[in-house]
Structures are given as C-alpha cells and as structure tokens.
Design a protein around this ligand. Structure first.
Ligand SMILES: Cc1cc2nc3c(=O)[nH]c(=O)nc-3n(C[C@H](O)[C@H](O)[C@H](O)COP(=O)(O)OP(=O)(O)OC[C@H]3O[C@@H](n4cnc5c(N)ncnc54)[C@H](O)[C@@H]3O)c2cc1C
Length: 441
C-alpha cells in the first residue's frame, strides 16, 4: 500500500484534542477548542459531567452537592450567564445568626453579626489593597508577597492579638476554609479572595448569595449543547504519553485514544494518579504531592422540621465537627440547611452525630434526613474546594500554570490566576488552557 494509506482518516487521526475531565475547566476548554473548529473528545472518569459540582435533589428541592454560589461580578461567570441567558436566584435573608462567644453560642441579628465580623475582617486583611494591588494577577506585587505568602491564617490571627471573643468570631471561618485548622491555609489565599471581592465585607458576603436557577448543571449543559464535543463517560485515564508528534491517552480499561494535543482538566490532587510521559516537572510534582484542594471536605444537606427558621450557625475553631451551616429553602415539611465539615471523624450520614454537631452551634434541629458528600473520599476529586497552603503561591505559581509540553496542557479551578477554588477560576483556567493548547499564547 502507498505510504499515505497509513494517514487515512480514522477516528484517532482525525481527532485534534482530548480533554481529560468534564468539570467546569474541561467543558470550557472543550467548548473553546470546538469554537476554533477542532475535533474534541472528552474522557470523563465518572458517569456524569460536573466533577466537584453536582446538581441533585433532596427534600424535594434542587440542591448542589458541591460548588454552588456564584457572584455576578466574577468576570467569567458573568460572561457565561449572559451568553446562555441563565438567571440567578438569591438566597433569602437570614432571620438570625448564632455566633460563638466565650460564654457559648449567642444569637445576633444578621446586621449586628455581619458588622462584627466585617470589622474583624477589615483588620485581618489590612494591607491587601497593596499586596494584591491587582488581584487577578496575584504575583503583580511579588516583592511584597515573599514573607506574607509563608504566613498561615493562624500566623495572621496571632499577629493581630485579638481578644478571645473577637478571635472566636472569625477563627471558625479561617479554619474551615483552610480545610481543618487555621495553620493549614495561606493568608494570601483568603486575602486574594477578599481582594477579588472588592476589599469589603459586603463583596465577600455576596460570594455566598447567588445560585444559578437551573443549578450548575444548567450552565454545563448549555456549554456542551453549544459545542457538541464527543463525551466518553466511565473512562478514567491511567496514562498520558507524547510520542511521534501525537499524544496517546490510555484509560484504565486499556483503550488508547490519540490526538494532536491534550488538556488535562482533572483536579491537581489527582495528577499523581496519572502516569505522564514526559514526567511532571518540579512545580507540578510538588503541587500534586502537597495537594491544593483541601483534603477533608464534606458538604451536608440537612432537612429539618419547622421551628428554627432561617438561622445561620458558626462555631469557633475546633468548636464543632460542623463549624458552619446556612439555611436554604423551605420545604413542604420544614427547612433545608447546608452544613460544611472538614472533620474526618464526623460520620455525616449519621443523623445523631449531625444533630449533636449542630447543637454545639446553639441550634437544636429536628432532623428528618441528611444527605452528605465527602469530596475528600472521592477518588476522582481527592479533595474539595482549593485553598492554597502557606508558600504555594510564590513557590508554585507561575510554573504550575505552564504546559508540560506544547501538546500537554493543564486546566483546573485549583490553579486559576483569579478565583482559585471557585467556578469562575475553573472557567478562567479552561479558557486559558484552550488558548495554550491551540498555540495562541
Ligand atoms: C463542597 C464544595 C463547595 C464548593 N463551593 C463553591 C461555591 O459555592 N462556589 C464556587 O464558585 N465554587 C465552589 N467550590 C469549588 C468548585 O466546585 C470547583 O472550583 C470547581 O468545580 C472545579 O472545577 P474543575 O473543572 O477544575 O474540577 P472538577 O470539577 O473536579 O472536574 C474534574 C473532572 O475530572 C474528572 N477526572 C478525575 N480524574 C480523572 C481521570 N483519571 N480520568 C478522567 N477523568 C477524571 C472528574 O471526574 C471531574 O469530572 C466548591 C467545591 C466543593 C467541593
């Protein structure tokens, strides 16, 4: 046969790109490559799209089992909401807040509780207008960040020498965002979020106020319907190898797909489970072994009978295995609440344990049922929301944003330049990866 016969178009030779992972980063990258006329196959390990987002139902309501809130000023979210004409739904106002005090949990009006925490956050993030002068370019003032980036949230709390009452008001939040203790998370991670939100408590509170009416799956479905990539479900990838001007991606089941380029859009905490040839460079290896998403992350939906209404609860650091819970919608039988836990000892499927944990926040719920999702225990996430550890910003960025080779590119909400740990960051990263993969950057 003539030599060119080997070049005959097969599904493999015709394919331009493979995207590994159908979360927000992967679906965005696929859509952007399709918009450039490329043939794209998404290989997804699970049997659904969405990754660390998952729109489901509980208590007769649409609920998000993972990422939920979006903010209309987040640039990528705002663009996508307009593009697909998707509406937002606003959380209803709180009736009251239970906050920790040295004498136990105490009820506050939402105005008084918000003002007290806002004043403390202002103090906590003092200086961030300078060191995050351009919050979407986190290393713009790298000169100011060298020492600051090594500080944990605990270091900053200690530096402020707050009264015990004041410290209790905010250390529950610094601990939970860090994924355990305030020693785990970097000051510069929370300070970047605060800066992105406009350096105000109002801006920060607004990041937990709006949801997509269709659920997050509505945006993903719109992206897929517009761009129509081939999506292969139940296809966990085991290896990615570049050779002979192509990239070969092999699933755990042993099927190999090849393409001109690959976008690896799996969580950073999962990178070490895939064999890369060539191997990962130093920054990627460090990120993969340290992890960026918090390891213990459980989201718990609680359905309770009427009685407590729209109450918010927050514990001080170490005060409860569920240090934060937030009211959601009314149901025919009562009220839904959503709680967060980073305590590996909590069995969040156990109603008695959940009730006890919430009681420590000052609220006695008459629980009908619970629905818990442990993202740290999921093999295709190995963690929840991203929250950088001390030193990671200055030691890993921008190397970790680089491609492995011109044909192998990474995308993830865990390594965004702006809203790392948010949907907006995942979309940002997917957009950037498509440009890199297509040789435009
Ligand atoms: C509990 C929780 C609450 C959150 N709350 C918010 C919030 O309110 N607002 C907000 O903006 N963000 C929130 N986030 C963060 C947000 O959900 C994430 O930043 C975002 O979903 C990450 O998207 P991604 O595409 O980068 O990763 P993922 O969504 O994790 O997608 C990665 C995909 O890769 C797939 N995959 C993994 N391994 C393989 C493999 N070997 N082969 C093939 N496929 C593979 C996975 O199945 C997954 O579909 C929250 C996250 C959690 C966990």
């Amino acid at each position: 046969a003539p030599a060119y016969a080997a070049e005959e178009e097969t599904e493999d030779t015709a394919r331009d790109f493979i995207v590994i992972g159908a979360g927000f980063a992967g679906v965005t990258a696929a859509r952007e490559l399709r918009a450039r006329g490329k043939k794209v196959t998404i290989l997804e390990a699970r049997s659904r799209v969405g990754g660390r987002t998952w729109t489901d139902t509980f208590g007769g309501q649409l609920v998000e089992v993972g990422g939920t809130w979006v903010e209309p000023t987040q640039p990528n979210i705002s663009r996508e909401l307009k593009r697909y004409n998707l509406a937002l739904e606003e959380d209803e106002p709180l009736d009251r807040m239970f906050l920790p005090t040295p004498n136990g949990p105490k009820a506050f009006t939402p105005e008084a509780g918000g003002a007290a925490m806002g004043a403390l956050f202002d103090k906590f993030f003092e200086g961030s207008r300078q060191y995050f002068e351009r919050p979407f370019q986190p290393l713009y003032r790298a000169d100011l960040l060298q020492k600051l980036d090594r500080m944990s949230l605990r270091d900053r709390l200690n530096e402020l020498k707050l009264s015990p009452a004041d410290e209790m008001l905010i250390n529950g939040q610094t601990a939970i965002y860090s994924g355990g203790a305030s020693t785990d998370g970097a000051l510069t991670m929370l300070a970047q979020w605060w800066s992105l939100a406009g350096w105000t408590n109002q801006g920060w509170s607004d990041t937990q106020r709006y949801r997509m009416k269709t659920g997050t799956v509505g945006m993903l479905t719109a992206m897929i319907n517009e761009s129509k990539p081939t999506v292969v479900f139940n296809a966990p990838v085991a290896s990615v190898a570049e050779s002979g001007g192509r990239v070969h991606v092999t699933t755990r089941a042993g099927k190999t797909y090849s393409a001109k380029g690959v976008v690896v859009a799996v969580p950073v905490n999962v990178w070490h489970t895939i064999k890369f040839t060539p191997g990962l460079p130093a920054a990627h290896t460090a990120a993969a072994s340290q992890g960026i998403a918090v390891k213990n992350s459980v989201k718990i939906w609680i359905h309770a009978r009427n009685g407590q209404g729209r109450v918010y609860g927050q514990a001080a650091e170490g005060g409860s295995p569920i240090p934060m819970f937030i009211p959601y919608k009314k149901t025919a039988e009562g009220q839904l609440y959503v709680g967060f836990s980073v305590d590996p000892k909590l069995d969040a499927t156990n109603v008695a344990q959940v009730k006890d944990a919430v009681r420590k926040l000052g609220v006695d719920l008459d629980i009908i049922g619970v629905r818990a999702q442990n993202w740290g225990a999921e093999e295709f996430s190995r963690g929840g929301w991203a929250f950088r550890k001390p030193g990671q910003l200055t030691s890993l960025y921008p190397d970790v944003l680089n491609q492995l080779t011109s044909r192998i590119t990474f995308a993830s909400g865990d390594i965004a330049e702006g809203w790392t740990g948010f949907l907006d960051g995942a979309i940002e990263s997917g957009m950037r990866a498509a440009q890199l993969a297509n040789g435009e950057m």
